[in-house]
Design a protein around this ligand. Structure first.
Ligand SMILES: *Cc1c(COP(=O)(O)O)cnc(C)c1O
Length: 409
């Protein structure tokens, strides 16, 4: 019989395997708040300031003075924590206010808060759909959507990434199978490429087949669309998506927390049956209070998302001018294609030496041979930051042979 020392031996072996495959994820320790510039802490405790191009801090709100002030105020007025789930004694006025404000921002009837968007997706499908129903999803959807669907008994179809003809095949098959309700669910923006889902086409197809449409807006809420209302606004279907999930942990301040938004019947049933909501502690009031201030900022002005769009255009064209290969796009996620996994890691390491913090992504996170450096632009990057970073990319690209020696500086 296996004993516990065999078990720990087994784990050691698994860890060694991850390391040998070159897939071991090291966590870099920061000694500063999140921002355009951060301090990395070396093993010797030494601080180094670098430009950060790998945070989801799209609007720079992680350290925005008005957001910090609102967090301090909420801490003073509402305390540190609720020590309760929502339905026992974990609901304060700030939670109800935030839910109403998110609904207004997203053009929906009601919103339910979760501890994370991972929980919002994890607890979404099982309460709403059962064996007689169908879920149709994009093959590259986020892990939390995949896990949420696994917990649900509905029949499943998957279409090729962003392939609308293949989505229609799934809708036809589900209809032929005689399912009761069908939900099509997609990431609004796909995190490895910044691809923006074709919600306008998807809405039309869903209407044609009588299906519901749901979207995960984690990489969109606050900055995609003319006033930052998300992918639906960008694609001209604002107010016409059935279910929206999103995070407070990216553009909307970056602390943590998630939500699901939609028709009042959907949200009401989730409050009764969604397990991560029923059996997990309420969102900290500090985050609820600060998130309300975030929505105040975004509703008062589009300045931050406009600066982000300018910064994104500038950095894309600087990298293209330098000779890098970028898939076309407009999202602040900019994949700089390198191809080879080892080269992507060496590129990221060299850029860090040059003062620019980026991360290389490679198989299995992206397809084999499509390794890349994923750049994420923020509204708080100055033009000087972006010029410096573009020059570092060009230098590292030439040194590593990704760019030819004669490429423009
Ligand atoms: C980041 C992300 C999540 C998880 O959000 P958390 O609030 O951090 O749990 C879910 N879906 C997508 C598409 C994401 O990018």
């Amino acid at each position: 019989m296996a004993n516990s020392s065999d078990f720990y031996q087994h784990l050691k072996h698994e860890l060694a395997g991850i390391e040998e495959a070159g897939l071991f994820k090291q966590e870099r320790v920061l000694g500063s708040p999140q921002g355009a510039h951060i301090h990395t802490l070396g093993a010797d405790g030494q601080r180094r300031e670098v430009i950060n191009l790998c945070a989801n801090n799209y609007l720079g709100l992680s350290s925005h003075p008005q957001v910090l002030a609102a967090a301090h105020a909420a801490l003073d007025s509402h305390g540190y924590g609720l020590s309760s789930v929502r339905f026992i004694c974990g609901t304060q006025d700030v939670h109800k206010t935030l839910e109403a404000r998110l609904s207004a921002f997203l053009g929906t009837e009601d919103t339910i808060l979760y501890a994370a968007a991972f929980d919002a997706n994890g607890g979404l499908f099982e309460p709403l759909l059962s064996e007689q129903d169908a879920i149709i999803s994009d093959e590259l959807n986020h892990a939390s959507i995949i896990d949420g669907i696994r917990l649900c008994k509905a029949q499943r179809w998957r279409y090729r990434h962003n392939d609308m003809a293949d989505l229609e095949r799934c809708l036809q098959e589900a209809a032929s199978a005689g399912v009761r309700h069908t939900l099509v669910f997609t990431d609004g923006v796909f995190s490895m490429d910044g691809t923006i889902a074709q919600l306008d086409v998807m809405r039309r197809l869903c209407d044609q087949y009588g299906a519901l449409l749901g979207v995960d807006e984690c990489h969109a809420t606050g900055f995609v669309g003319a006033s930052g209302r998300g992918t639906a606004q960008h694609r001209g279907v604002f107010g016409n998506v059935d279910i929206i999930t999103g995070t407070l942990g990216k553009a909307l301040g970056g602390a943590s927390g998630g939500f699901t938004s939609g028709r009042k019947e959907v949200i009401a049933l989730l409050r009764q049956r969604s397990r991560p909501y029923l059996f997990s502690n309420t969102l900290a009031p500090v985050i609820a209070g600060a998130s309300i201030a975030v929505l105040d900022l975004l509703e008062a002005s589009t300045a931050l998302r406009d600066t982000l769009a300018d910064n994104t255009r500038y950095f894309r064209s600087a990298l293209l001018d330098a000779g890098f290969e970028l898939p076309p796009g407009e999202h602040p996620i900019i994949p700089v294609m390198v191809g080879d996994a080892v080269l992507a890691q060496r590129m990221a390491a060299r850029l860090l030496e040059l003062g620019v913090y980026v991360v290389g992504f490679f198989f299995p996170v992206v397809p084999r041979g499509k390794a890349r450096i994923r750049v994420q632009i923020s509204a708080v990057h100055s033009r000087a930051d972006l010029e410096f970073a573009a020059a570092a990319f060009a230098q590292a690209g030439r040194e590593l042979g990704i760019l030819s020696e004669g490429a423009a500086a």
